[in-house]
Design a protein. Structure first.
Length: 461
């Protein structure tokens, strides 16, 4: 009994250290845990909520609007739901919440809600959009000069026949206004090709706008894409969205499979009608925008997994291209490695003399999960290690690429716990590399909760 109590206290202590709001209730809706972060978000004290029923602690809620009570009633989780509310201190709060049922031996005993505060991120993003809107209003003709594509098709360096054929086809399709859908793993250079299409097209002197759909909260994404009407919601101001800013040019939507399905439906209407409506607006405005989109998962899988609307897929799939991963482009590995060596010689004011055959062999045998972007980072690392007037050698390459972690005798036995810990660290490192350090996406690749990944990273520091 004593050990059980100690375990509960340890778990409570762990929950208190997490920097996200946590609110847990029993099957009757009575609060059994409520941390300081949640209290700060709500403008309350922990004592105002602990041991109280949800509806008593938060009188503005009811059985239908409380996500905790919904989960208790249905037994189904509610994942990443956006919420904007005014707390007890009159402060506007923007959060993204995940609410999960608590089950013991298959029996529902309560629910837990984890809230991440997005207020500062959203306020800063909205402030930036407001400044952009004001500039657009004052200088409507100059907006296009601030949004341009810097890459051309020739900037995609390759000796691979498949890439050369792809470039030839992209030149053809650049002359039309049909939608383009491009699939390729992270780091393959999709945006370089997308920008190349724009710069080859009759729209090259018009705006090129790029938006990564996974980079911002979904609630804010709608406002960014479509714009807002003054008074449409609390704090809303008159501002154009990216469709209006890109009018006459190209709008590139990266990682479109991360876009919420309801916003995908609104995007479909723009593609079909060529008319965009701001948030809160009943009438629309005609826009002339070429839509290009990219995914890092195959679109058929995205449709199957409910990440991409089937009707939107067919509408975007007028022109579809797949960018092969670097491991399938062996001719490009040496070509790109030497290109990056030249680049960093100039950047670092060094005179590294190429790369040895043995080191190049390691590059060619590596599987490159992060593709060209990872190769660039590897060469940058090696350029920091390499001696001036000498080639890059094996010893200049990072350990993970050479297939080793710490120097050990080949015959030594590594304890299982240590070996598992090392393997876990390698997998986490690879996932973070593939997602450019995005913890949410890395956790999805590893198929673990984001909080678990954050905890493991915190334990390493």
């Amino acid at each position: 009994m004593k050990e059980k109590v100690e375990t509960i206290e340890i778990l409570k202590a762990i929950l208190k250290t997490i920097d996200e709001g946590i609110h847990a209730v029993d099957a009757k809706g009575m609060t059994i845990f409520y941390n300081e972060v949640a209290a700060s978000l709500d403008g309350l004290k922990v004592s105002d909520v602990i041991d109280y029923h949800v509806l008593d602690a938060f009188p503005s809620l009811n059985q239908d609007t409380s996500t905790l009570l919904k989960v208790i009633k249905t037994g189904k989780p509610i994942i990443n739901e956006q919420q904007t509310y005014t707390n007890f201190n009159g402060k506007r709060v923007d959060t993204v919440n995940t609410t999960l049922p608590l089950l013991v031996n298959g029996k529902l005993i309560g629910a837990i809600e984890i809230s991440k505060d997005l207020t500062k991120i959203k306020q800063l993003s909205e402030k930036l959009l407001d400044m952009q809107a004001q500039f657009h209003k004052a200088h409507p003709k100059s907006m296009s000069h601030g949004h341009f594509a810097s890459y051309h098709l020739n900037d995609f360096i390759s000796a691979d026949p498949a890439i050369e054929q792809l470039k030839h086809l992209l030149i053809k399709v650049s002359q039309t206004s049909s939608p383009v859908l491009m699939f390729g793993e992270t780091g393959t250079g999709k945006e370089v090709l997308i920008q190349g299409i724009h710069n080859q097209s009759p729209r090259k002197n018009k705006p090129f706008i790029a938006q990564n759909c996974a980079a911002i909260p979904s609630q804010l994404l709608e406002s960014i894409l479509f714009g807002t009407l003054k008074g449409s919601f609390t704090g809303a101001v008159e501002r154009p969205g990216l469709f209006e800013i890109a009018d006459g040019g190209t709008l590139f939507l990266d990682e479109i499979n991360s876009m919420p399905l309801d916003i995908q439906a609104k995007l479909l209407r723009v593609l079909q009608d060529g008319v965009v409506s701001r948030v809160g607006e009943t009438k629309g405005k005609a826009v002339n925008v070429r839509i290009m989109a990219a995914l890092n998962e195959h679109p058929v899988e995205c449709v199957k997994n409910n990440k991409l609307r089937e009707d939107l897929y067919y509408r975007l799939n007028v022109i579809f291209f797949e960018v092969p991963p670097l491991r399938e482009r062996q001719l490009d590995i040496e070509l790109l490695a030497r290109h990056f060596i030249s680049h960093y010689n100039h950047t670092f004011h060094k005179q590294v003399k190429g790369i040895t055959d043995k080191a190049l062999q390691f590059l060619c045998e590596y599987h490159w999960p992060g593709n060209v972007r990872e190769l660039k980072h590897v060469i940058e690392y090696a350029m920091n290690m390499a001696e001036d007037h000498q080639p890059i050698r094996n010893s200049d390459l990072p350990d993970h690429l050479l297939g080793k972690s710490k120097p050990q005798a080949e015959t030594s036995i590594v304890p299982l716990r240590e070996a598992l810990a090392r393997r876990e660290e390698e997998l986490i490192s690879t996932a973070l590399s593939k997602t450019d350090g995005n913890i949410q996406q890395a956790a999805q690749l590893l198929k673990i909760p984001r909080q678990t990944l954050q905890y493991k990273l915190r334990m390493k520091t």
